[in-house]
Design a protein around this ligand. Structure first.
Ligand code: C2E
Ligand code: CA
Ligand code: CA
Ligand code: CA
Length: 279
């Protein structure tokens, strides 16, 4: 029995070591050249399925690491958030995407908003927003083309830097949306007190369509509430026609999810949604 315990200890120690090593590798590479290390961006369309028009695009990060392979975004985003490299990652993302957007706007009269995820750390940083506004100006991207997605994890008091940053955004005409809406703890007060213009209904509620009547009722109320308060609303993670039909019947026409399209590599997105080619 003793020996068995010993082996188990060695096993767990190894496991821990591997996890620690993985984390260290991710941290080290976040500090380095992100492009060289395999980080890139994909774009997922948001569609008005009634009018069949593209209303927005969400930018998502992908990391195909030379040693670790595909790293799930929540894993490396969390690490970047903890050590501050999220600043660097997000600035890199702005530069890459703004460059494309500039081309799309000038050459193809591209209109939909492009949305970026902003973590609590970023939302609370004054210099992040100053740099962000500078970049917009430098690339010549009008604020009306930009949307920022925030989550309810960020504690917002009206005296906080985060709140001031949101006001700065609103003044400029940048749309703020609440991501994963309905799952946070402060859901309603977020809408009432903060400069928010759009709600992204969490996939959780979409998954409950035809599964759970209570959740369906909540979903309907969220759509109604958003409309009554004058917010744009989009349903996230819509995968099936039944889900899309339910949403349509209940007045939500804006859809993001595999039912419309997966997040696409930049060149594929451009061909399909900017140039309107058949791909
Ligand atoms: P999120 O912001 O809620 O993004 C939506 C997630 O749902 C994405 O996962 C997307 O690929 C996935 N998705 C979209 N439609 C469907 C669908 O129909 N079915 C299913 N099963 N999934 C769908 P992804 O790209 O793995 O990202 C996960 C989370 O990681 C994101 O959740 C976001 O919180 C974070 N994240 C990803 N990229 C970035 C980034 O560049 N910056 C920041 N701050 N966070 C990011
Ligand atoms: Ca998001
Ligand atoms: Ca979301
Ligand atoms: Ca999420």
């Amino acid at each position: 029995a003793k020996r068995q315990h010993g082996n188990q200890y060695v096993y767990f120690a190894k496991e821990m070591y591997t996890q620690l090593e993985r984390r260290l590798t991710i941290e080290q590479d976040l500090a380095g050249d992100l492009k060289e290390k395999g980080l890139y961006f994909v774009l997922q369309p948001q569609m008005d399925i009634e009018e069949q028009v593209l209303i927005g695009v969400e930018v998502l990060s992908r990391w195909n690491h030379p040693k670790l392979g595909f790293i799930p975004p929540p894993e490396f985003i969390q690490i970047a958030e903890e050590n501050g490299y999220i600043l660097k990652l997000t600035s890199y993302m702005f530069c890459e995407i703004f460059l494309e957007m500039k081309k799309w706007i000038e050459q193809f009269d591209f209109k939909p908003r492009v949305s970026f995820n902003v973590t609590p750390f970023l939302l609370s940083s004054e210099s992040f927003f100053t740099d962000f506004f500078d970049l917009l100006e430098r690339f010549g991207i009008p604020a009306s083309y930009i949307e920022l997605e925030i989550t309810e994890e960020t504690e917002l008091t009206t005296s906080s830097t985060a709140f001031k940053n949101l006001l700065r955004c609103r003044e400029k005409g940048i749309l703020i949306s609440v991501d994963d809406f309905g799952t946070g703890y402060s859901t309603l007060s977020y809408l009432i007190h903060f400069p928010v213009g759009k709600v992204k209904i969490d996939k959780y509620f979409i998954d409950q369509v035809e599964q759970d009547e209570q959740a369906e009722a909540v979903l309907k109320s969220i759509i109604q509430l958003s409309e009554n308060l004058g917010y744009e609303v989009v349903a996230e993670g819509v995968e099936t026609k039944r889900q899309a039909d339910f949403l349509k019947e209940n007045g939500c026409f804006n859809i993001q999810g595999y039912f419309v399209d997966r997040p696409l590599p930049m060149d594929v997105f451009e061909r399909k949604y900017v140039r309107g080619e058949n791909v």
